[in-house]
Design a protein around this ligand. Structure first.
Ligand SMILES: [Fe+2]
Length: 225
C-alpha cells in the first residue's frame, strides 16, 4: 500500500488547500502506478529545469506541483481507452487529446492557483503551434507549460510505454535537441542539455521503481531524490 498521506499533506500545505484529503483523492484518481510515477518524475524534471533557469523558490514549487498533477485529466477518461495495447482509433485519440482540458477543469474545482491550472491546460502545446488543445505558439504558451511539455517528452522517451520502447538518455537528448525551436523552447532545451542535476536525477530514477515494489513506500522518499 502506498503511503500518500505525507505526500498529500506536503502539497496541501504548500498550496494552502482547504483539505489535503481532496488532494489525496485527486492523486489516487490516476489509478495507475505507471501514470502516478510518470507524474512524479515529470514534476521532478520540471522543477530541476525551473530551478536551473533561475525561477524563484515559489515558482519552482508551483512548477513541480504542475508536473505532479499535469495528467490528472486522465482520471476522467475511460480505462478501456487508456489501457488499450493496440493503436487508438481517431475517436479514442480525440478523447485522449482532451485530457489537458479535463485536468484544467478538475484543478479549477480544487481551487488550485491560476498558474498551475494554466500549465496543466497547456502541457501539450508545442513551441511551433502544432500541439493541442489550442495550437498555441511560442510565448503564447506559459513558461510553466513549455517546461512541462519538455519534461513530459523526456520522461516518455526514456520509459517503456504500450506503444514504444524506452530509448537511452543520450538518444532522448539528441531527439530533444533536434526538435529545439520546433516542438520545444530552445532556451529550455539549452538548459536541459546543460543541467548535470537532471542527468544525476535520471541515474537515480530506478530507485523510485524499486521502492514501489516494496510493501510500503514513504512518499518522503520521492522528495529527497
Ligand atoms: Fe499529458
Amino acid at each position: 500500500m502506498i503511503n500518500l498521506t505525507l505526500y498529500s499533506n506536503k502539497i496541501g500545505s504548500s498550496l494552502k488547500l482547504k483539505s489535503s484529503e481532496k488532494l489525496f483523492n485527486l492523486l489516487i484518481s490516476l489509478r495507475s502506478p505507471w501514470r502516478y510515477y510518470h507524474c512524479v518524475r515529470v514534476g521532478t524534471y520540471a522543477s530541476i529545469l525551473a530551478n536551473y533557469i533561475g525561477m524563484s523558490k515559489k515558482h519552482t514549487r508551483h512548477v513541480r506541483i504542475s508536473g505532479l498533477v499535469h495528467d490528472v485529466g486522465f482520471s476522467a477518461i475511460n480505462d478501456r481507452i487508456l489501457d488499450k495495447q493496440s493503436s487508438l482509433t481517431a475517436e479514442e485519440f480525440t478523447y485522449v487529446k482532451f485530457h489537458p482540458v479535463l485536468g484544467m477543469r478538475i484543478l479549477d474545482c480544487y481551487d488550485f492557483p491560476e498558474d498551475i491550472i494554466k500549465a496543466v491546460a497547456q502541457h501539450h502545446e508545442s513551441f511551433d503551434g502544432s500541439g493541442y488543445p489550442m495550437g498555441l505558439k511560442g510565448e503564447q504558451i506559459s513558461l510553466y507549460g513549455r517546461i512541462l511539455f519538455l519534461a513530459e517528452a523526456f520522461d516518455t522517451m526514456t520509459n517503456d510505454t504500450p506503444y514504444r520502447r524506452a530509448c537511452t538518455v543520450d538518444a532522448a537528448m539528441k531527439s530533444i535537441k533536434d526538435l529545439s525551436d520546433k516542438s520545444f523552447d530552445p532556451e529550455l532545451v539549452h538548459a536541459m542539455l546543460d543541467s548535470e542535476e537532471l542527468t544525476n536525477f535520471y541515474m537515480q530514477r530506478d530507485r523510485i521503481c524499486r521502492n514501489y515494489a516494496r510493501p510500503v513506500l514513504h512518499a518522503e522518499d520521492l522528495f529527497t531524490l
